[in-house]
Ligand binder design. Structure first.
Ligand SMILES: [Zn+2]
Length: 288
């Protein structure tokens, strides 16, 4: 998960090379289904041509097709989906059905103003179609453009105009980030990644986040929930152990006295009597 301009696509590619699992983006799925002329692809094309959004049921059916391909058997990186709560719910159901629940949801976090700067700074060369950024990646030195021209002819796409960028980010915040990250933090899957700054640094942070979490290595929700409860268990065990040790110490302290003063049969009464005054003493102290 990440806002437009958060660099999640770039980071997804790095996950692909690290883990050797496919990058599954909704854009690619739509394109592929349409190219192959499948029933779903044709349905999606009809919807898009009439200016509508592809409905969740169609999208989920396409994702099912993609995720059940052999190359996704080892795992997959889902990018750009789910964008809404109904989609997140439908995805959870689908992944349960195909027996491939999510292991982790990475949330790439970038300050909003930083995103506005990144996106509105984007320029495209009309001639060679290369993408630049006036802030971070200005047009390169010549000869760079087609026909070894000295200068690129850069323009700003309508989508990258500041007002449009702000509207897109507001929509992402309202429709996706807040509700969907809430959904996944509820199931304990969300892992925020600080996605500001250098791309390689973000990659390093992302892998560190994944490694930090892989200690639990959960493969299903039940295990995951158990894993999150784990830290409490050793503590409880340690407390129980401490209690046992205290009791043993009390026992061993009582033992020599019991041996000296009384025969075996009287040991139990001796211990009982040594406990009673302690219990009585507590309320007495409180009264004072
Ligand atoms: Zn150019």
């Amino acid at each position: 998960m990440g806002a437009p301009g958060s660099g999640k696509g770039t980071q997804a590619q790095r996950l692909v090379s690290r883990y050797g699992i496919p990058h599954v983006s909704t854009g690619d799925i739509l394109r592929r289904e349409q190219e192959q002329g499948t029933e779903l692809g044709l349905r999606a094309r009809k919807i898009m041509e009439s200016g509508g959004y592809v409905d969740d049921a169609t999208m989920i059916a396409m994702i099912r097709n993609r995720l059940t391909q052999p190359d996704a058997a080892k795992g997959f990186i889902l990018d750009g989906f789910p964008r809404t709560i109904p989609q997140a719910e439908a995805l959870t159901k689908l992944l349960a059905e195909i027996g491939a629940p999510l292991d982790v949801v990475l949330l790439f976090e970038v300050n909003n103003e930083q995103l506005v700067k990144r996106l509105s700074g984007r320029r495209v060369c009309e001639l060679c179609k290369k993408v630049f950024n006036v802030h971070t990646a200005p047009p390169s030195v010549p000869p760079a453009c087609v026909d070894a021209r000295d200068e690129h002819q850069v323009v700003q796409r309508a989508d990258d105009a500041e007002d449009t960028v702000r509207a897109r980010l507001a929509k992402y915040e309202e429709m996706t980030r807040r509700p969907v990250s809430g959904f996944y933090s509820y199931t304990g899957l969300i892992r925020p990644v600080d996605a500001e700054g250098d791309i390689d640094e973000v990659t390093r942070r992302m892998f560190a986040t994944l490694v930090a979490g892989s200690r639990a290595d959960p493969s299903d929700v039940k295990k995951r929930v158990a894993a999150r409860r784990k830290p409490a268990k050793p503590k409880a065990r340690a407390r129980a152990r401490a209690r046992t040790i205290v009791r043993r110490k009390a026992k061993s302290r009582a033992k020599p006295a019991a041996k000296k003063s009384a025969p075996k049969k009287q040991r139990a009464p001796v211990r009982k009597s040594s406990r009673r005054p302690v219990r009585k003493a507590r309320p007495a102290r409180r009264k004072k």
